[in-house]
Design a protein around this ligand. Structure first.
Ligand SMILES: [Zn+2]
Ligand SMILES: [Zn+2]
Length: 147
């Protein structure tokens, strides 16, 4: 995952590409956000992003959404969800209207260590000849295979 300063650079890149404007404040990961993807703080201009969405395919759309709040606020335009300015700009840049639903990670395979019993749920098949237990370096065996 990106660091806070890399995240800030990334938000600025999106801002320049989609709004032709610099993002002059800071962006932070905030793991206390639950279902919202991000939040704009008019008090000091910073943006918070939910780390649970970091790998989500629609993460850029969440950034676009927060940048709509941000740029409209500094342009003294209607920067809130119910404002017309917000709705129009959001549509123009293709930001998400709501935080996308988080799909729970699907577990297809379960491995366990023959030595210590540590379990390793995985989405993808792993090569048990190559990978060993992270705790004791023991051999892994496949317990479940669901497709
Ligand atoms: Zn919003
Ligand atoms: Zn082990």
């Amino acid at each position: 995952m990106l660091t806070n300063s890399e995240l800030t650079d990334f938000v600025n890149k999106i801002s320049l590409e989609s709004f032709n404007r610099t993002f002059k404040h800071k962006a932070f990961w905030n793991s206390r956000l639950r279902t919202t993807g991000g939040r704009f703080f008019p008090k000091d201009g910073h943006l918070d992003f939910n780390p649970k969405f970091a790998e989500h395919p629609d993460f850029v759309k969440i950034i676009l959404h927060e940048l709509c709040h941000y740029h409209l606020y500094y342009a003294h335009a209607g920067y809130k969800h119910e404002n017309r300015d917000f709705k129009i700009l959001l549509q123009q840049v293709g930001g998400s209207r709501h935080a996308p639903a988080l799909t729970p990670r699907k577990i297809n395979y379960l491995y366990s260590c023959e030595n210590c019993g540590q379990e390793y749920p995985r989405q993808r098949k792993i090569d048990t000849r190559k990978y060993r237990c992270g705790k004791c370096r023991g051999k892994l065996k496949r317990v479940i295979r669901k497709v």
